[in-house]
Design a protein around this ligand. Structure first.
Ligand code: PLP
Length: 404
């Protein structure tokens, strides 16, 4: 079992008051908090080895390059990628998806079909709509049911030889649903389609194995798994990354430049133009080490207990309705109480120290499906406690009384 008190001591931000009340941070699906080792990693980099990477012969540049490339190896091992250069460092999930969506422009023709799911974050919808506008490809949508699960028999009907790409989130940020991505990937491959999995919301809870999944692209952000903001990864199978053109031109991504012709660098540098977030990448590696030190199985088990406890507790509140009731979910509870606007609930419980997200969670199609303006979303991490669930419950009772 996890020693939660000891874990909480690793996160300096948790030990403070908000509006005169102890902070209860339940907005982990938006971004996680950072342990001291990750903060130290950023400070140490700027204090001791700051230099530009991959360019200098001098000692500092080599130390910075080594630390940066060490992070790539850590990420390779974490995701079980075959080659370290299949891990591309990006600015985050949104950036990673845009690299792939832009790269496919020259690989698609009018009438080709792309498949997305009904429960995506806007960052896994909009770049593909832009791709469709550029190419004349058509976007098809896997529908979902009332429980917030994908209707897999409808997916079967959408697949055909016209399907070129399928992109689905591993876990929905608005509902918590864990999607059957292995089945989604295998079925797409039967039609020769490539698959991109948006792992922004799964990676804080699940350690994905990209080789076992046989996934073509898997993307994630560091900031949702205890790392810094503005850093993420694009995992791509070597063959796909070689096929895609570079996303940005600039320094670092070239082999040779003349005014007549430029040749591109090999992987991973082809996709890493310009000076990257060096400190962020190094701290990302530290965050991965930290989370593996706690253990993803332990994290998943504990968070599931929190989820079960919180679900039972919140359902005691009359008029509270949960959106996303799949048996396969991570520790996210999206809900409304009667007709009360989520924003009003969020504002009142913030006064009581409880930080939750309210609104459409960058997933407006889901809100459209349930015909609601938004939800209140409490999302739990391994450093949250059962007592904090009780604080949330009491705060909601108070908010409901005030707003009814
Ligand atoms: C957070 C999130 C994103 C976007 O991540 P950024 O770090 O903002 O780029 C995409 N998809 C899902 C499912 C998310 O939860």
């Amino acid at each position: 079992m996890l020693d939660i008190e000891k874990i909480r001591a690793d996160f300096p931000i948790l030990n403070q008051q908000i509006n005169g009340k102890p902070l209860v941070y339940l907005d982990n699906a938006a971004t996680s908090q950072k342990p001291q080792v990750v903060i130290d990693s950023i400070v140490n980099y700027y204090t001791t080895i700051n230099a530009n990477i991959h360019r200098g012969v001098h000692t500092l540049s080599q130390l910075a390059t080594d630390a940066f490339e060490q992070s790539r190896i850590k990420l390779q091992q974490h995701f079980n990628a075959k080659k370290s250069y299949e891990i591309i460092f990006t600015a985050g999930t949104t950036h990673s998806i845009n690299i792939v969506a832009t790269g496919f422009t020259s690989l698609l023709q009018k009438g080709d079909e792309l498949i997305v799911s009904a429960m995506e974050h806007h960052s896994n919808i909009v770049p593909w709509q832009m791709l469709c506008e550029r190419t004349g490809a058509v976007l098809k949508v896997i529908p979902m049911n009332q429980e917030g699960e994908l209707m897999m028999d409808e997916y079967d009907k959408l697949l055909s030889n016209k399907t070129k790409l399928v992109f689905v989130n591993h876990v929905s940020n608005a509902l918590g649903t864990i999607n059957p991505i292995k089945e989604i990937i295998d079925k797409a491959h039967q039609f020769g389609a490539a698959v991109l999995i948006d792992g922004a919301q799964s990676c804080p809870h699940i350690k994905p194995d990209v080789q076992t999944l046989d996934v073509d692209f898997y993307v994630a952000s560091a900031h949702k798994l205890c790392g810094p903001t503005g850093v993420g990864i694009l995992y791509g199978k070597e063959a796909w990354l070689n096929k895609l053109p570079p996303y940005q031109g600039g320094g670092e991504m070239i082999k040779e430049v003349t005014f007549e012709k430029t040749t591109y660098a090999d992987l991973p540098h082809k996709f890493e133009a310009g000076t990257p977030n060096i400190a962020g990448v190094i701290a990302f590696g530290t965050a991965i080490d930290y989370m593996n030190g706690i253990g993803f199985n332990n994290i998943a088990e504990y968070e599931n207990e929190l989820l079960q406890y919180a679900t039972k507790k919140l359902l005691q509140i009359e008029g509270l309705k949960i959106y996303g009731t799949s048996n396969h979910k991570t520790s996210v509870i999206s809900f409304n109480i009667n007709e009360i606007h989520p924003y009003d609930i969020g504002t009142i419980i913030d006064k009581l120290g409880v930080e939750v997200r309210t609104g459409h969670h960058c997933a407006q199609p889901i809100m459209g499906f349930y015909k609601i303006p938004g939800t209140v979303r409490a999302s739990f991490s391994f450093y949250n406690t059962f007592e904090e669930v009780d604080v949330l419950y009491n705060a909601l009772i108070k908010a409901k009384t005030m707003l009814s």
